[in-house]
Ligand binder design. Structure first.
Ligand SMILES: [Fe+2]
Length: 199
């Protein structure tokens, strides 16, 4: 979906409808998302990735490598973002877990290595601005050095769980996530419009 469609959906948002599905501190302290549309088959949302708000160094991994239960398309709407994919390898420097995000249930399924398969920079307003992630893709994002607005078109869950990979000796960190109020969701909507207008 291109930036015009995201922009139009932003302008047409009803704050009462979106607040229940938008989240502050999603996966990472300081990373927020705004839901533009949610249905059983399709979800459209925006991620705000601002290095000034995230307690991680630009150039480091945003989260730990993982898979998703659903396929999705990502479009970089402002700024630029590095997307990495991985394959499991023969080393054993990571612990692999089956993971259920709703309950934070995590079940160890062995030790594996991770080999970088691809690393791509996606830049807003160019022909590299979007990428596709299927359910068999192990991936991660790199913390950018400038704010990024990322648009996602997410299809239905086709798997019951996802997979996360933790480098041995590290732990998953869970931020204080919570749903937005209608006022907070509206502020995110206005912030996204402003970011897209000046980009
Ligand atoms: Fe992901």
């Amino acid at each position: 979906m291109n930036r015009n469609s995201f922009f139009q959906m932003l302008k047409e948002l009803n704050p009462q409808e979106i607040a229940a599905h938008s989240v502050l501190n999603h996966h990472v302290e300081g990373m927020n998302y705004l839901c533009l549309h949610r249905s059983p088959k399709l979800t459209v949302k925006l991620y705000f990735i601002d290095p000034a708000r995230i307690d991680k160094t630009p150039g480091s991994m945003l989260v730990t490598p993982h898979t998703h239960r659903y396929a999705f398309e990502s479009t970089v709407l402002t700024g630029q973002l590095i997307h990495e994919t991985f394959r499991e390898g023969v080393d054993s420097d990571h612990d692999r877990f089956v993971y259920a995000p709703e309950t934070k249930m995590r079940l160890g399924t062995g030790s594996v290595g991770l080999w970088q398969r691809s690393v791509n920079t996606h830049i807003a307003r160019t022909n590299t601005d979007s990428y596709w992630v299927d359910t068999d893709e192990i991936h991660n994002l790199i913390v950018p050095d400038r704010p990024v607005l990322l648009g996602l078109v997410q299809f239905a869950d086709v798997l019951p769980t996802s997979t996360v990979y933790l480098r041995k000796g590290t732990e998953m960190v869970f931020p204080q996530s919570r749903e937005t109020s209608p006022v907070e969701a509206w502020a995110l909507r206005n912030q996204a419009l402003k970011m897209m207008e000046v980009a």
